[in-house]
Design a protein around this ligand. Structure first.
Ligand code: A2P
Length: 278
């Protein structure tokens, strides 16, 4: 399936994640395997240190560039106008492509680290993202780990609106305030760690729902995202799981199963953008 971004471009669902995928053969093989299995959307980031291997996996897949949707992200050390432009150039070179389908600011500069300068840093970075979009080396631009308070100043002054916000999202972390703002501005929400870093997979409520549909808990979690209009990015380096994680379009969670899933205890597996100091 595909979602449509506010700029009219389509984005395939699910996306294949590569966070923590080791650089080298493991990454090359998992990307090639994912594309062979049917993923056409690959998500990476400069800080993952595997962009060259992602690029190699893409080349080995034999697919043409136009058949694939590739996302990367600007790392925190490169925020600001000039360094954002340079960082994107390096990402394109490492991936071996002349454009990205989607480029995201990986984390907002926050007040804990940057005090009153945080907003200006984010606005300068966004201006560079707009220039990259204008120049065509990036087809869509967006945000990652921006919560409502980080997004507001950008929404108030952007010439090109963000199309995506990629945030940690799974049962136990429903992100209601940020998602409400995204909906208001037609920003697509993408979920990182939709499986709760794998820690939700043994949950007894999810096991019961999965068994009722003859599916796995991973498939229930991915289905739950999509039924909430959120695009999951799912990572695995194992062929069987790579295939399994695409196979969640042949069942529907009932309203009560959606609700039960949404009612799992609060949980956060990654950093909070307000307190991240990396
Ligand atoms: P692996 O790459 O070894 O398969 P999240 O996306 O929530 O961060 O979770 C990713 C973790 O879940 C990874 O450790 C990945 O491990 C594991 N994983 C991915 N898909 C599945 C699956 N279908 N079943 C079990 N574990 C999975």
């Amino acid at each position: 399936m595909e979602f449509t971004l506010s700029n009219g471009r389509n984005i395939p669902c699910p996306g294949f994640g590569t966070f923590k995928t080791p650089d080298g053969n493991i990454c090359i093989d998992s990307v090639r395997e994912a594309i062979a299995a049917g993923y056409t959307h690959i998500d990476t980031a400069a800080v993952y240190g595997n962009e060259r291997s992602v690029g190699e996996g893409v080349r080995q897949s034999g697919k043409s560039r136009e058949e694939l949707f590739i996302t990367s992200k600007l790392w925190n050390t490169e925020r600001g106008y000039d360094s954002t432009l340079r960082a994107c150039e390096k990402t394109l070179k490492d991936l071996g492509t002349d454009y990205l389908d989607l480029y995201l600011i990986h984390w907002p500069a926050n007040e804990m680290q940057f005090g009153s300068k945080a907003t200006d840093i984010n606005l300068d970075t966004w201006k560079a993202m707009e220039r990259l979009a204008d120049e065509g080396c990036v087809r869509s631009i967006g945000l990652s780990n921006f919560y409502a308070s980080h997004m507001q100043p950008i929404l108030a002054s952007a010439n090109i609106a963000p199309t995506v916000d990629q945030i940690e999202y799974h049962p136990g972390l429903l992100q209601e305030e940020t998602i409400a703002l995204c909906r208001e501005h037609a920003i697509l929400v993408e979920a990182w760690s939709p499986l709760g870093r794998g820690k939700l997979l043994e949950d007894s409520v999810l096991l019961k729902i999965a068994s009722a549909h003859g599916k796995t808990t991973a498939q229930v979690l991915l289905r739950w995202c999509v039924q909430n209009d959120v695009l999951p990015l799912v990572k695995s380096v194992h062929a069987e799981r790579i295939h399994q994680n695409l196979d969640f379009f042949d069942f529907t969670l009932s309203p009560s199963e959606m609700e039960e899933t949404a009612s799992l205890p609060e949980a956060r597996y990654g950093s909070h953008p307000d307190t991240a100091t990396f």
